[in-house]
Design a protein around this ligand. Sequence first.
Ligand SMILES: NC(=O)c1ccc[n+]([C@@H]2O[C@H](COP(=O)([O-])OP(=O)(O)OC[C@H]3O[C@@H](n4cnc5c(N)ncnc54)[C@H](O)[C@@H]3O)[C@@H](O)[C@H]2O)c1
Length: 249
Amino acid sequence: MNNIAQYLAGKVALVTGAGGDLGRGIAVRLHASGARVMIADYNRDRALQTADLLGEDESVVFDADITDSNAVQEMVGDIADRHGQIDVLVNNAGDIRDALLQDMTEVDWDYVIDLNLKGAFLCARAVAAMMIENKSGRIINISSMAYQGNIGQVNYASAKAGIVGMTKALGLELARHGIAVNCVAPGLINTPKAAMLPDKTKERLVKLTPMRRMGNIEDIANAVHFFSSDQSSYVTRQVMHVSGGMEGF
Ligand SMILES: NC(=O)c1ccc[n+]([C@@H]2O[C@H](COP(=O)([O-])OP(=O)(O)OC[C@H]3O[C@@H](n4cnc5c(N)ncnc54)[C@H](O)[C@@H]3O)[C@@H](O)[C@H]2O)c1
C-alpha cells in the first residue's frame, strides 16, 4: 500500500483480534495510514504473524484475553506507559458457536456473548478512560449483518445487536468528551472461514446480496479506516452496513 494518505500519522490504534482475518486486514490498513498499531490477540502466533506483516518494531503484540477485565486493564496500562495515548480502539475480536435454539448450550451462549459483547465493553471501558483525559478518540465496533437475526445464531445475533446498542449508548455518553463511537456491520466477506462454508450456503448468501458477490477484507478495513480518521469527524453512533446491499438473511 504505497502512497496512501497518512490520515493516521501520530495516532495509536489498538485492534483486538488483530491476528484474525479481518483484524489483520484492519491492522494493515491503519498502519498504512500512519498509525502505530497495537495488536491484541490471545493467539500469540497469529498476532506475531500480523506484526511481521506490519514489519515495524513499534507494533506491539499483546496476548491478553479480552474477556478478562484484569488482563484488559493490564494491556491498556502497558500501552499508556509506552505511548501515553490510544486514539483508536477497534473492537474486532469475535467468534461464533452456531446451533438451533434447542441444541444451543449455555456454554455456547456464554462464550459468544462474553467474547463479542463483554470483551468490547471491557476494552471500551478501559480505553475510554484515557480518551476522556485526551478529550478525543475513536471507537469502532465490529458487528455483523447477523445482528438483524439469523437462524442458528441466537447467541451471535444477540451479541452483535448488543454491539449496535453499545455503539448508540456509548456514542451518546462519550460525544461530549470528543469521542466518536461507530460500528461496521460486515455481510459475507471473503475470508478463509467463509471459504469453508458449504457451496450451497455460499450461493444462498450471494443470492441475498444485491451486488451478487462476497465482500473483501479491504472493504471492511476501509470502512474502519474512515471511522478512525478525521474524514468522519462529524460522524458518531452510526452503523455502516458493508454488505453489498444485503440487509438481512
Ligand atoms: N469473517 C466474516 O465474514 C465476518 C462477517 C461478519 C462479521 N465478522 C466479525 O468480524 C470480526 C472478526 O472476524 P474474523 O472472521 O476475522 O475472525 P477470526 O476468527 O479470523 O479472528 C478473530 C481473532 O480473535 C482472537 N480472539 C478470540 N477470542 C479472543 C479473546 N478472548 N481475546 C483476545 N483475542 C481473541 C482469535 O485468536 C482470532 O485471531 C468478528 O467480530 C466477527 O464476528 C466477520
